[in-house]
Design a protein around this ligand. Structure first.
Ligand SMILES: Cc1cc2nc3c(=O)[nH]c(=O)nc-3n(C[C@H](O)[C@H](O)[C@H](O)COP(=O)(O)OP(=O)(O)OC[C@H]3O[C@@H](n4cnc5c(N)ncnc54)[C@H](O)[C@@H]3O)c2cc1C
Length: 406
């Protein structure tokens, strides 16, 4: 059997794995159920643990025209507006971690990975749903649904990258679907030129209140501000049955009302910014508990990556980052693997990845409690940020991953 792999799902994880596999000398075919790719999602922050990989792959180069490199990460009280702490990003991060901290629009990152995948001759096919994957004696049979016509495809390995609502994962692991976390994200993109000067920003800012927190940062070469308000909420009734969409159905008035209610005590600057944001989208957040074994990452010739394997809350801004780290690790283990011994390579991948993904999932969960802390915990958080914010916000075990020792 040839060194040939199939990937189910062409989100950030699937495309990154296509790049990683091609760089490791494997051929890859990527099957995506959507008929085409659009401007899905909004902003994404990428820490140096991720940009280090994108640099090596020369994907960061092609992102340069739209990339933003914020100078600071500010932690602010949503109520008083006070700056509690300030982490230097820019040159300080670059010097410490040998890679930058950047913000991008997801569509720009997706396009850059797609460009690299195609350059490396990864086949990317839209409108093709992967129905099922069966292990056979010496390979995998993959069942595809192409415009209601069933076809089979054969490969030495398959990458399951079908996202947070993965339909393939329960078939492989026999576990339950992802659950709604009780958190929702309201997202808006606003043109900086449309904002009054005092509301424009080229930094990453986290505003913390007891019922919600707001994160904003620049995207698209700094011309747009990505604003996300994270709070507790419900899945709209219209989405309860078929929740498999990021943009849930709610009227603009409903969303605006919810955002204002969650931040009713916010300072004038934050309130003005939220009022100035047009077209809010509502994203109910689904996740799983942190991974608990290597078994959840790989089974025989099958490997699960990205949100399909370790969906997490966005409170550490690392979901796409972990998908890209998965892909880089896949590249490393496949580089020396033959098609006959791919199971061993994937078992090694799983051993090397699951604890880190579990740790990031757990930390993201904890950040939610910290960002929206109440009472004594809130008091302690603010004091800690004032006294040692730089150290608390610079998560070096996270950002230094993959740095060479020398
Ligand atoms: C509010 C919010 C903010 C975030 N901020 C950040 C951030 O700052 N930094 C960060 O790193 N991450 C962030 N994330 C997380 C990040 O967006 C996700 O972790 C990442 O996009 C997941 O990529 P994926 O490829 O695993 O899944 P997806 O992007 O969901 O891709 C899965 C793909 O598989 C396709 N598919 C599904 N089933 C099939 C099938 N059977 N056959 C074929 N195709 C199929 C789908 O159509 C889809 O295209 C954020 C998420 C949210 C919600």
């Amino acid at each position: 059997m040839d060194k040939h792999g199939l990937i189910a799902g062409a989100g950030i994880a699937g495309l990154a794995c296509g790049v990683g596999m091609a760089r490791a000398g494997w051929t890859a075919q990527l099957f995506e159920q959507a008929p085409q790719f659009g401007e899905v999602g909004a902003g994404i922050q990428l820490g140096p643990n991720v940009t280090r990989i994108l640099q090596r792959w020369r994907v960061l180069d092609s992102l340069q025209p739209t990339l933003c490199a914020p100078e600071h990460l500010l932690a602010r009280s949503a109520d008083s507006g006070a700056v509690l702490s300030r982490l230097r990003l820019g040159k300080a991060m670059q010097d410490k971690y040998d890679a930058p901290y950047v913000t991008v629009h997801r569509a720009d990152l997706h396009a850059a990975l797609m460009h690299k995948a195609r350059e490396l001759h990864v086949g990317v096919h839209c409108d093709m749903h992967v129905d099922n994957i069966h292990e056979q004696d010496n390979g995998l049979q993959i069942q595809l649904d192409i415009a209601n016509e069933k076809r089979n495809h054969y490969a030495a390995l398959a990458v399951v990258a079908d996202g947070v609502w993965s339909q393939l994962r329960p078939k492989v692991l026999n576990d339950a679907p992802t659950v709604f976390t009780g958190y929702v994200a309201y997202r808006s993109l606003v043109r900086q030129a449309d904002l009054p000067a005092h509301l424009r920003s080229q930094d990453v800012t986290v505003w913390m209140s007891s019922k919600a927190h707001v994160v904003h940062y620049p995207v698209k070469a700094g011309e747009w501000l990505n604003v996300v308000c994270l709070t507790h909420g419900q899945v709209p009734a219209a989405n309860a049955a078929t929740h498999k969409t990021w943009d849930a159905q709610a009227t603009p008035e409903q969303i605006r009302g919810d955002v204002q209610a969650a931040l009713s005590g916010a300072c004038a600057n934050l309130r003005d910014l939220l009022m100035a944001c047009p077209n809010w989208g509502l994203w109910p957040l689904y996740a799983r508990p942190p991974m608990c074994s290597a078994h959840q990452h790989a089974q025989g010739r099958l490997v699960m990556v990205g949100d399909a394997a370790h969906p997490m809350l966005p409170f550490l801004a690392q979901g796409a980052g972990m998908a890209i780290e998965d892909a880089a690790q896949l590249e490393a283990v496949l580089a020396s693997a033959s098609a006959a011994h791919v199971q061993e390579a994937l078992a090694q991948f799983a051993q090397l990845r699951w604890r880190r993904n579990a740790r990031v999932q757990a930390r993201a969960l904890r950040n939610g409690q910290i960002f929206q802390a109440q009472g004594l915990m809130r008091w302690g958080r603010d004091l800690g940020l004032r006294l040692a914010g730089q150290r608390l916000m610079d998560v070096s075990w996270l950002y230094s991953h993959g740095m060479s020792a020398g």
